[in-house]
Design a protein around this ligand. Structure first.
Ligand code: GRF
Length: 201
């Protein structure tokens, strides 16, 4: 399967995914077709370049969402991706984008998407002193972190004494779990669970 990985920042999930493609659970299952960013100077894009991946960017700043997304879809289609993997891609996707890759766009959210959506998920877990949080991999729909859940993984936060420690533990899980989940999804082992209506505790 051909992957288009989309990022806006440092790209640690992209790097973890790339490692699993080269020598892990995605070896001989997936290849990185392109790494794309809406931020041309994103660190993750530079890292992808250094690894020898095809990279592309279109600056989203000052662009209208639908027009920008149409450009991104046209660009991505040149690489014929089977899956679009969001890895810290800080944009809500327009209906045009969702339709172009319907059912084949994945995202990782560092919380239970039934309880927390959007930015600052680790801050939320830390400030509420949660003993455990969940990493969610889900299919992307037109909402913010609202699409059908593919799988969730627990992160033990007991004894974590700083936000940095919460993030470290969470990212360690993210980096294994995203590729594992993608591998299982590609092989047809996962049925998307349609999100129930949000239930804030
Ligand atoms: C991760 O925590 C991911 O779950 C969230 O954004 C962050 C991206 O980090 N969607 P990175 O750029 O992959 O290091």
């Amino acid at each position: 399967a051909r992957l288009a990985i989309l990022l806006s920042g440092r790209g640690s999930n992209m790097l973890a995914m790339a490692r699993e493609v080269r020598e892990g659970v995605l070896q001989s299952v997936a290849e990185v077709a392109v790494v794309f960013s809406n931020i041309p100077e994103a660190l993750g894009l530079q890292a992808a370049q250094e690894l020898g991946f095809a990279t592309a960017s279109i600056d989203s700043r000052g662009r209208k969402r639908t027009e920008f997304d149409a450009d991104v879809v046209a660009l991505l289609q040149q690489y014929q991706p089977d899956y679009v993997v969001l890895a810290g891609y800080m944009r809500i996707l327009s209906p045009t984008f969702i339709r172009a890759f319907a059912g084949r766009i994945l995202n990782i959210h560092p919380a239970d998407t039934h309880q927390h959506q959007g930015l600052h998920a680790y801050e939320w877990a830390w400030e509420n002193r949660l003993p455990e949080t969940k990493i969610t991999v889900h299919l992307v729909d037109e909402g913010l972190d609202t699409g059908p859940v593919l799988a969730q993984a627990p992160v033990d936060l007991r004894g974590a004494d700083s936000l940095g420690e919460v993030e470290r533990r969470g990212l360690a899980v993210e980096h294994r779990f995203y590729a594992d989940t993608l591998a299982r999804f590609i092989s047809g082992q996962l049925q998307p669970q349609v999100a129930s209506t949000s239930s804030h505790p």
